[in-house]
Write a protein that binds this ligand. Structure first.
Ligand code: TXA
Ligand code: MG
Length: 314
């Protein structure tokens, strides 16, 4: 049985207690729901991989309440500090050198000398992290390879019976995952996400390189097929073909729409929910088509998720 916990003091206290007991709790962040476990506990972290069916060589993000907590676990250099000051709390994850003796389970970092750290802005995530008082490892709360959850019922759809509880915070405001940046030895974009690249470059005062695939740790965000709905997906569609559910954007009208006014923030917030809706409407043999979305600002992260959702399944 997976408990659905209310977003109040009692719900947060219960969620913190479960985490302290080594249990898994899904909780809302402003990006997507995370599947949280105590990042110091090998057993809890192994449980996260098992619940998601995730290949265990993929490292997890550690969630902390503030920059001071991050500095106890990782080395925060000048470039990282500048980004942290500009975007934390918020939808930015920094990959930083792990401090020796930080106490993070090696399963979290998959044995890498670096650790991914995020300080979420969602008030419930903040309250939970402070109530628990330790680092929380949390991937998106979905079975590996499937669409990320932006609502509590999405979490239950994929993981009910496999985790202790879900803290219900309603729909996530940003709707797609954090932007991941490695800052040392140079600033490199590892995954586009909730903080647009343009904003990062402004804060850095320099252009941001994009990660090549060679020599990088394999990450789910780098696997070709990811964030996938059940039905096959066609991109850059301007009209529905027979048997297709078209998800429109701006002037392209479909049965559903990411944003009728062509607003990228609204489109990001609705993306994962509409992938699920379109899947449901398409039925067992149906297909899904998405209208083109401009590749700037949040559009870059939206297109990244759409391309992966449309990629051939491995
Ligand atoms: O918005 C988000 O980032 C959400 C919420 C829950 O915080 N979390 C999330 O986690 O998207 P996940 O596990 O689905 O994606 C984490 C990504 C993976 O692509 C992983 O490989 C990468 O972060 N990652 C984690 N640690 C890393 C490291 N040390 N070096 C490079 N990549 C790393
Ligand atoms: Mg994920």
């Amino acid at each position: 049985m997976t408990l659905l916990l209310p977003p109040d003091d009692a719900g947060i206290a219960r969620a913190a207690e479960l985490l302290a007991g080594g249990e898994l709790v899904a909780f809302p962040t402003e990006t997507v729901y995370g599947l949280g476990g105590d990042a110091r506990s090998d057993l809890a972290v192994a449980g996260i991989f098992a619940a998601k069916g995730r290949p265990s060589f993929n490292p997890l993000i550690v969630h902390l309440p503030d920059l001071a907590a991050a500095e106890r676990i990782a080395q925060v250099g000048d470039r990282a500090r500048r980004l942290a000051m500009a975007f934390w709390p918020g939808p930015l994850t920094l990959v930083l050198p792990l401090r020796e003796g930080a106490g993070i389970s090696p399963l979290v970092t998959a044995g890498l000398p670096t650790v991914a750290i995020r300080v979420p802005a969602h008030p419930l995530a903040q309250r939970l992290l402070r109530a628990f008082g330790g680092p929380v490892a949390a991937p998106s709360a979905n079975p590996s390879g499937r669409v990320s959850p932006s609502r509590a019922d999405h979490v239950l759809e994929g993981l009910s019976g496999r985790i202790a509880a879900v803290l219900d915070g309603g729909p996530c405001a940003v709707g797609l995952e954090s932007t991941i940046v490695q800052t040392d030895p140079a600033a490199v974009l590892l995954r586009p996400g909730g903080v647009p690249v343009e904003a990062l470059e402004t804060a850095l005062g320099a252009p941001l390189a994009t990660a090549g695939t060679a020599g990088r740790p394999t990450s789910p965000g780098q696997l070709a097929s990811h964030y996938a709905p059940r039905a096959c997906l066609r991109l850059d569609a301007t009209e529905a073909r027979p048997g297709e559910v078209l998800v429109g954007f701006g002037p392209v009208r479909g049965r559903l729409s990411l944003s009728e006014s062509g607003d990228l923030t609204e489109a990001a917030a609705r993306l994962f929910h509409l992938m699920r809706e379109a899947d449901r409407l398409a039925g067992p043999d149906g297909r899904i088509a998405f209208a083109p979305v401009p590749d700037s600002g949040l559009g870059r992260a939206i297109n990244d998720r759409l391309r992966r959702a449309a990629a051939p399944r491995g």
